[in-house]
Write a protein that binds this ligand. Structure first.
Ligand SMILES: N[C@@H](CCC(=O)N[C@@H](CS)C(=O)NCC(=O)O)C(=O)O
Length: 219
């Protein structure tokens, strides 16, 4: 039986691609992966062959095309109810959806000034006042999730959910830019960073040869 195909960008730089990829890997959902090197002369044309938005990630599953990271995660949660991709409890689930949507639509300062770069190491760079505010809000989210809903495990809602995938690229950014966090947030970051699936992504990112100057401004 054919498996879904996830089309992603460069692993070193494409944080939106990482989110659904991590959900599928972490939950053992079988899929084929196709990588398009972003921002080359032919990249846009190639992406548009798969994704009407001209952006990655996009998931092709039979006749279905699902574009946008969060829409893909929602689709996976519907297709795989056994994986617990959202918390079972309604209060926890609405909280998980809210923090995932907050990530998806927000933290622009952080995303602009501390772009994901798995290979990079830029301690202290990019800390505008807006970035500091984003860092404060993100650690507040992590700590509140852990305190209120995380008793059954080390993730935001105990076990791995879409919310953890949404924040995994932020964990990678905090490592790259050496953001210092409180002990609870640091423990959460360690848990996410140790996920074999995330390590696999980073190892793969390190083998990529493309260098995109717009994401290397501190190099
Ligand atoms: N809201 C979209 C954002 C997708 C997005 O911005 N993707 C970037 C890569 S991380 C992209 O495709 N850039 C290539 C381009 O714009 O040509 C999502 O969540 O999937």
């Amino acid at each position: 039986m054919p498996v879904p195909r996830l089309i992603i960008g460069n692993k070193n730089y494409s944080s939106w691609s990482l989110r659904p990829w991590l959900v599928m890997k972490q939950c053992g959902i079988r899929f084929d992966e196709q990588r398009i090197a972003l921002y080359t002369d032919s990249a846009k044309q190639e992406i548009l062959r798969h994704s009407p938005s001209g952006k990655v990630p996009v998931l092709e599953d039979g006749d279905l095309v699902i574009w946008d990271s969060l829409a893909i995660c929602e689709y996976l949660a519907e297709r795989h109810p056994d994986k617990g991709l959202w918390p079972a409890d309604a209060a926890a689930r609405s909280f998980a959806r809210s923090v995932s949507a907050e990530m998806h639509s927000g933290f622009t300062e952080l995303r602009t000034n501390m772009t994901m770069n798995c290979r990079g190491s830029f301690p202290g760079k990019g800390r505008t006042p807006g970035v500091a505010a984003d860092i404060g809000r993100i650690t507040e989210i992590w700590n509140e999730c852990r305190r209120r809903f995380g008793a059954d495990g080390p993730m935001l809602f105990g076990h791995f959910t879409i919310a953890d995938a949404m924040y995994a690229p932020v964990v990678l950014r905090f490592i790259t830019y050496a953001v210092e966090t409180d002990p609870a947030a640091t423990a959460y970051m360690r848990t996410i960073a140790a996920l074999p699936a995330l390590q696999e992504w980073c190892e793969s990112a390190c083998t990529e040869t493309e260098i995109l100057p717009q994401f290397e401004r501190y190099s």
